[in-house]
Ligand binder design. Sequence first.
Ligand code: NI
Length: 137
Amino acid sequence: MPRITGYRKAHFNAAHRLYRSDWSDEKNLAVFGKCSNPHYHGHNYEIIVAVTGEIDSETGYVYDLGKLKRLIRSEIEDAFDHKNLNIEVEEFKTLNPTAENICVVSYQKLRKHLPDSLELEVTLYETPRNFVRYSGE
Ligand code: NI
């Protein structure tokens, strides 16, 4: 059967602060700029989840995108939307919530619920112009 990619887009708003507690405020500011603001700041994140595999001969689906929608809602939107990532999200209490790390954590949260036969790729926009992409490894 042909291989194809299905996509689902979702959105969440969240606050974060980029910093290392073992660095001085000056060094954090030098490395992370205004993203190290001790009072936090927010982003409108856009996430694009792509699943690639063979079209199922019975259903005609690569993966039920309604199921993917619900998975993204439970694993990503419910977990991150309107949250302070540093304070309220377990994964980022010890991991700097950069776009890179949010993308990898999102991938890992989704990966374990998807069949092994599907390839997964996650694209995360932190701003309309800044985005990262992760597909495992
Ligand atoms: Ni930021």
